[in-house]
Design a protein around this ligand. Structure first.
Ligand code: AHR
Length: 501
């Protein structure tokens, strides 16, 4: 009979989990803003036009930070278009998504939405069509108290207090040929360094993310990070990673193994950061901002049709992936991977938050519902806090097209300051439930407070507005505890949260 074992000890610490590991992303793209978080006239809209039903779901998800306003969009964006009287804001062609941006929602509106949503803003500056001057100006506008041109303009525009945005992205995916103002690594590294210097001169308390490669499989990956960091290491704090997965061939075992790629990606970028640190004899250690990750492939074909039919349309239903149960399992496996690398991955943004490749879906004029991927994300954000513990796992393995010896069971654990322990585990086995024997003797006496399971017999099962709880968490079979040893039955193909007190 198959079984897996897990040993945990409170002294085997990976490090403190940065709450920003459970961040997300809102881009001016598709129906993320217009028809997503913002829909004046909707029955639940507040006085600012924000949907209260969407706000409630965002709060339920527990998102400590939201990256904004793009994405590819930011590389052609003039931040000045998004402030001042709404009636005078320009309508612009967005060359990233071939749509029209009205700027009806801009910086002030988004900051006030974020405050209500209990989240912070991670703001991206345009280093595609613009540069260090626009970047330092927007920092002055957002964060300088008063007494300068841009800070006084913010005050005249209605915000007496600075926005206090702490985390800033130095452009977006600048290595990608689809990006407006794509650059070579040297060009980007130089411009990022100059922008970073000037932005920090305006506000030395901010933290900055330099663009790493936009994917693990870019031809320039690796060399890009080396060169960029060589140029800007001393002025930046994080390097970004982006990664999306898909399962177009219906190979579930191969798809669920994709978190192995993510783990390799993280370890390689950590190694590059540390190599540049060594080369520069630097004291500072760079950490990682995995500021775009998710499953993204379901909507690709549909998007081509939509863009063909309505070029320059507004708030088109783009990137509206409908997530199924196996997508939720991969999202769970990815969250486990982040927790196991919590010493170096400090920020991660599930891309995105509402409607656009998102855990939360809306119908314009209608309801809001949680997609399958909402649940592992919510569980991890709620209980994956405190200290990440190094799990010693032994599991049966399988081989698939891209990976050998993929563990059927993967797990991570966090210890809260109140002494409660949470184990997150995924069982990738298509057929069999696998008992997970946990050796928790180092914790003294613990009881299983709750075992939550996400499972569906059909890997392609989805949630819809009409059937929003088709794939939803349920209480699991629980666990036997005996003298510090706990055995939990992980159903075949399942995401599990085991909470011990
Ligand atoms: O999240 C969707 C898009 O994916 C973003 O705009 C871009 O940065 C990435 O390629």
């Amino acid at each position: 009979m198959k079984k897996a074992t897990l040993i945990l000890d409170k002294d085997f610490s990976i490090g403190e989990v940065d709450p920003r590991l459970y961040g997300s992303f809102i881009e001016h793209l598709g129906r993320a803003v217009y028809g997503g978080i913002y829909e004046p006239g909707h029955p639940t809209a507040d006085e600012n036009g924000f949907r209260r039903d969407v706000m409630a779901k965002v709060r339920e998800l527990g998102v400590p930070i939201v990256r904004y306003p793009g994405g590819n969009f930011v590389s052609g964006f003039n931040w000045e278009d998004s402030v001042g009287p709404r009636g005078s804001r320009p309508r612009r062609l967005d060359l990233a998504w071939m749509t029209t941006e009205t700027n009806e929602v801009g910086l002030h509106e988004f900051v006030s939405w974020a405050k209500q949503a209990n989240t912070e803003v991670m703001y991206a500056v345009n280093l595609g069509t613009r540069g260090p001057d626009a970047a330092r100006n927007v920092v002055e506008y957002a964060n300088h108290p008063s007494g300068s041109y841009w800070s006084d303009l913010r005050i005249r525009n209605g915000a007496k207090d600075p926005f206090g945005i702490k985390l800033w992205c130095l452009g977006n995916e600048m290595d990608g040929p689809w990006q407006m103002g794509q650059k070579t690594a040297y060009e980007y590294g130089r411009v990022a360094n100059e922008a970073a210097k000037m932005m920090k001169w305006v506000d030395p308390s901010i933290e900055l993310v330099a663009c790493g490669s936009c994917a693990h499989d870019m031809p320039t990956y690796g060399a890009w990070e080396m060169e960029v960091l060589d140029q800007c290491y001393s002025n930046v704090d994080y390097v970004s990673l982006h990664r999306y997965y898909g399962n177009p061939t219906g190979d579930t075992p191969g798809f669920l193994a994709r978190s192995m790629d993510l783990d390799d990606f993280i370890r390689e970028v950590v190694a590059i950061c540390d190599a540049v640190r060594g080369k520069k004899h630097a004291k500072k250690r760079l950490n990682l901002s995995f500021d775009e990750w998710n499953v993204w492939y379901h909507s690709n074909e549909q998007d081509r049709e939509i863009q063909k039919a309505d070029k320059w349309g507004r708030a088109l239903p783009l990137l509206e992936d409908v997530y199924n149960f196996e997508d939720a399992l991969l999202v769970g496996a990815i969250l486990i991977t982040f927790l196991k690398n919590a010493d170096r991955v400090k920020v991660a943004c599930l891309a995105q938050l509402v409607n656009v490749i998102a855990p939360i879906m809306t119908r314009t004029g209608g309801g809001v519902w949680a997609q399958t991927i909402f649940y592992p994300m919510m569980h991890a954000s709620k209980w994956g806090r405190g200290e990440a513990l190094r799990p010693v796992i032994s599991s049966p393995v399988y081989d698939c097209r891209d990976y050998e010896r993929v563990p059927l069971v993967d797990a991570a654990a966090t210890l809260s300051p109140d002494g409660s322990l949470t184990i997150f585990a995924v069982n990738r086995d298509l057929q069999d439930a696998i008992p997970l024997e946990c050796d928790l003797r180092a914790f003294g006496s613990l009881r299983v407070a709750e075992h939550i399971v996400l499972h569906h017999d059909d890997v392609k099962a989805v949630n819809t507005e009409a059937d929003p709880m088709n794939v939803a968490p349920a209480q699991g079979p629980g666990a036997e505890a005996d003298a510090g040893r706990v055995t939990v039955r992980l159903p075949a193909l399942s995401w599990n949260v085991i909470r011990l007190k």
